[in-house]
Ligand binder design. Structure first.
Ligand code: E4V
Length: 288
């Protein structure tokens, strides 16, 4: 299941914002090993008291992450329960969420493609284990290494960690799930339950975010208009890079069974060559 952490072994630092039904804090976890004490940087995710009836779903997300380990999956150290506080203790990932990073930094196309490939490999790992994450989005992609995005040398290349899926759709309720359009797959919206193909749809939306510099898709639509977006089988505005736009529309097909396998997504990404203007501009050989 997962490791129980004693509340007295937690150190609380500054608030870092909130998630769905949760507050997020920077913190530390103290480990006592043969007389030595060692403090690990952690992220503390606290379930809101008014949503404490979602604690099973909250801890289900923690055990989901604790039961599988992969280089691009976030490490969850365990959970701590203290009075009415339910706390998930996660590894602290230095550069934080990808959506904010993309808004703040200008990154090269090859940097973005590198992130896309890492996410596709993670999706493949989950698909081969028949595991559905259910909440793939740029906000749930954490950057362990962001570095100077424009330089080509490898120690500055990105390294992502996929965060926990959070409270399940069933517990969140229709209103909150409506707000997850266009990340939530259409079939999930209807039944409020996850299907095998739903991560592919969300992968498509996340690709759109990455290659649109962290712009929020359908930001100006209210829940009713978002519902209509799906009712009318609409698609997101397509990118200039045609081959990539093509992959996004393959992933965001309303018919779930027509979406590509994660293996074919990886093949498609490996077949993409960053367009010349990108390489030429990066090398400065083409006047601005
Ligand atoms: N598992 C996680 C999740 N989020 C972070 C994080 C890092 C950072 N530099 N700023 C942040 N602002 C909000 C969250 C966060 C770290 N680790």
């Amino acid at each position: 299941q997962f490791h129980m952490i004693k509340h007295e072994d937690l150190i609380w630092k500054e608030s870092l914002g909130q998630g769905s039904f949760t507050q997020i804090y920077r913190g530390g976890k103290v480990d006592r090993q043969d007389g030595e004490t060692h403090t690990t940087d952690v992220l503390l995710k606290v379930l809101d008291v008014e949503h404490k009836n979602s604690w099973e779903s909250f801890f289900e997300a923690a055990s989901f992450m604790s039961q599988i380990s992969h280089t691009h999956l976030l490490m969850v150290y365990g959970v701590s329960v203290h009075k009415s506080k339910n706390i998930m203790v996660q590894e602290f990932v230095k550069y934080g969420a990808l959506d904010l990073y993309l808004k703040r930094s200008s990154v090269s196309l090859s940097w973005k493609l590198d992130v896309a490939k890492q996410l596709a490999c993670t999706l493949n790992f989950l698909e081969e284990k028949n595991i559905v994450h259910g909440n793939i989005c740029a906000k749930n992609l954490l950057l362990a290494r962001g570095g100077d995005p424009n330089s080509e040398n490898s120690e500055n290349s990105p390294f992502i960690k996929l965060s926990d899926p959070g409270i399940s759709m069933a517990m969140l309720g229709k209103e909150v799930v409506l707000d997850r359009i266009p990340w939530v797959a259409p079939e999930v919206l209807e039944k409020l339950e996850l299907g095998q193909q739903c991560d592919k749809w969300s992968f498509g939306t996340t690709l759109w975010e990455i290659f649109n510099g962290g712009e929020i898709p359908l930001q100006r639509l209210d829940p009713k208009q978002k519902q209509r977006f799906y009712d009318q089988r609409s698609q997101l505005p397509c990118l200039e890079w045609a081959e990539l736009a093509d992959l996004i529309s393959q992933c965001m097909q309303y018919q779930a069974e027509l979406r590509p396998s994660s293996r074919s997504i990886i093949r498609h990404l490996n077949g993409l060559i960053t367009p010349d203007y990108e390489v030429l501009h990066a090398s400065g050989s083409v006047p601005e």
